[in-house]
Design a protein around this ligand. Structure first.
Ligand SMILES: NC(=O)c1ccc[n+]([C@@H]2O[C@H](COP(=O)([O-])OP(=O)(O)OC[C@H]3O[C@@H](n4cnc5c(N)ncnc54)[C@H](O)[C@@H]3O)[C@@H](O)[C@H]2O)c1
Length: 426
């Protein structure tokens, strides 16, 4: 079986290499020429545990080839998997420009018998109403001459290879036969359990509702955390206890929710529901509660310091998740906004990024051992490296307040150094 995977990014490349390691012949297509050359030289261009090994082997044995020639790769494929990004525009609505241009390329090379699988998260109805008509411009008929599936990618970067065969693969198709072909393909390609949910729309909805659940769940604990802070209770003890009855599945509160997924996908469902006359108030409130966490903690910091004008604040972490180099929609940006409007002097530390990269994201780089010291630290990312900070030395250098946006530290050990501690929901 010959597969063309379009998009050799954090998701597409591990997926392509994984399928190649299962003896499929895979061409991974990307517009980035340097990336393609690097893959073909057997080097892994992204940080993904286990990927360098399977990529090197698959390239060496000829099962994996990278190319910028998408149309040619599709011509030679039995199955096409599309995993290029969907974007979000200024109105918080889905921007399909990249996906539509890729679909046009697939249409150019469409041939009878081809199975086209979309994996990028999109609004309900997108594949049938936006992509199938583009593919049918080829003159071939969907569901008869060629087939289309939607199968959302539900694994996380840095855990892709481990999760690809463990996470049930949700599949929906254009019609019954498309579903069956999708099910057969993913069973062969991933070795994972395949869940046929019946239609393209059901598969699109499944991914979105899973993401929405996560955002609403976090918003709930974030709101409850304000109550816990006020009455002096520690949610860190209460949530694990509440979760023991098999009915509650509460996540943890924090300084905000970042990444490509949680802050973005709820909007795909909110906007589409609006088009259908349905107002998803809970989803919208959750988005604003989660984004409002940064303002809330900065307000608490302002009260603690008696004002932030001219105060030197070091933000710890640009990545949206610990141990990754990925700044997409990081709460660090909202923290900066909240600090800037109070005229604080803002610096950022994240050892996963160079000073140049930190500068490109609009921050001044700061070091923990800066001789001028800091008035406050604001922890955004729970990187392992931050677990054991020397609070004694930091206090001696002038530190006054620690904002623990991920509840990473023990409040008592920080207070023992004469520092004020602000946690979330504790
Ligand atoms: N990153 C995650 O953790 C994650 C998790 C689950 C699902 N997803 C899904 O995967 C999608 C892709 O995410 P990603 O993290 O791999 O993105 P990415 O930005 O890492 O990679 C996208 C790749 O697509 C390439 N590309 C862009 N336009 C192209 C074109 N016209 N032709 C060929 N290649 C093109 C880019 O050069 C890039 O290499 C997301 O939109 C999302 O729906 C991502």
């Amino acid at each position: 079986m010959r597969v063309a995977v379009i998009g050799a990014g954090k998701m597409g490349l591990p997926l392509a290499a994984f399928m190649a390691s299962r003896d499929l012949t895979v061409a991974v297509c990307d517009i980035n020429k340097e990336l393609v050359e690097e893959i073909n030289s057997g080097h892994c261009p992204i940080e993904e545990p286990g990927l360098p090994e399977i990529l090197e082997c698959s390239v060496a044995d000829g099962n994996l080839v990278a190319t910028t020639e998408t149309v040619e790769a599709v011509c030679q494929a039995d199955v096409v998997v599309i995993i290029v990004p969907a974007l979000i525009n200024d109105e918080y609505d889905i921007d399909l420009s990249v996906l539509e241009s890729v679909t046009e390329q697939v249409a150019e090379a469409l041939h009878p018998g081809l199975l086209v699988c979309f994996e990028t998260t999109v609004s309900v109805g997108t594949v049938r109403t936006r992509f199938v008509p583009i593919l049918e411009q080829s003159g071939l008929k969907c569901g008869e001459d060629f087939h289309v599936c939607f199968s959302p990618e539900r694994v996380k970067s840095r855990m892709v290879l481990q999760r690809l065969s463990e996470t049930p693969k949700v599949v929906g198709g254009f019609n019954e036969k498309s579903c069956r072909l999708g099910e057969e393909f993913y069973t062969r390609a991933l070795g994972a359990e395949v869940l046929d949910v019946g239609t393209l729309e059901a598969a699109e909805f499944t991914k979105l509702v899973g993401m929405l659940y996560r955002d609403v769940n976090i918003a709930l604990v974030n709101q409850i955390s304000r109550y816990a802070e006020t009455i002096g209770m520690d949610l860190g003890r209460i949530i694990p206890a509440a979760n023991t009855n098999g009915e509650a599945h509460l996540l943890l509160p924090g300084i905000g929710v970042g990444g490509h997924c949680a802050p973005v996908y709820p909007w795909f469902i909110i906007r589409d529901a609006e088009r259908h006359g349905v107002d998803l108030t809970l989803a919208k409130t959750s988005r604003s509660l989660n984004d409002g966490q940064s303002e809330h903690v900065v307000q608490r910091l302002e009260e603690e310091l008696g004002g932030l004008t001219g105060r030197r604040v070091l933000v710890l972490g640009l990545a949206f998740r610990p141990q990754v180099k990925e700044p997409a929609f990081s709460p660090a940006f909202l923290v900066r906004e909240a600090l800037a409007k109070r005229d604080a002097e803002i610096f950022l530390h994240d050892h996963h990024f160079t000073a140049g990269e930190i500068g490109d994201h609009g921050f001044r780089t700061g070091e923990l051992d800066d001789p001028d010291g800091w008035d406050a630290l604001v922890l955004v990312t729970g990187h392992r490296r931050y677990r054991d900070l020397d609070f004694k030395s930091l206090a001696a250098a002038g530190l006054k307040v620690v904002v623990d946006g991920r509840n990473l530290w023990s409040p008592d050990s920080i207070r023992d150094e004469g520092l004020s501690y602000i946690g979330i929901g504790r």
